[in-house]
Design a protein around this ligand. Sequence first.
Ligand code: ATP
Ligand code: MG
Length: 140
Amino acid sequence: MTIQRTFSILKPDATRRNLTGTINAKIESANLRIIAQKRLKLSLAQAQAFYTVHAERAFFGELCQFMTSGPVVAQVLEGENAVANYRDIMGATNPANAAEGTIRREFAESIEANSVHGSDSPENAAKEISFFFSDLEIVG
Ligand code: ATP
Ligand code: MG
């Protein structure tokens, strides 16, 4: 059994449609515990820093605009194989390719406005968690 932590963001398209609780229920149903959570509005500089791995991609500018277009909810999730488990319940980046029952299939508006972010590796999870949360704010 590997208890792991991952980092999640409920994106502006989700908060705009008042889906925080609905998505959190899906997260908790998948045996992931929300051990830290805060709602915030990203600055452009924060969005650019968070998505720096995508800086060379054609969609980078638009993505950063989108991520600063409204409130987001940043979260730390904990559970067995949390990184892969959360990626599974999120579904594919493009909702058109996302499996039935996944968060993106049910809620995403587009490949960009796709409702949730989840870390893609334990190493990136650790980096992303410390970007947004201090140890004091994480209560496992
Ligand atoms: P995330 O990192 O948000 O969990 P992901 O790992 O499924 O998503 P990435 O390839 O890391 O996908 O892309 C990061 C984000 O950039 C996507 O979630 C989406 O919001 C946006 N994005 C990805 N590809 C495109 C695209 N072709 N056009 C517009 N936006 C895109
Ligand atoms: Mg990614």
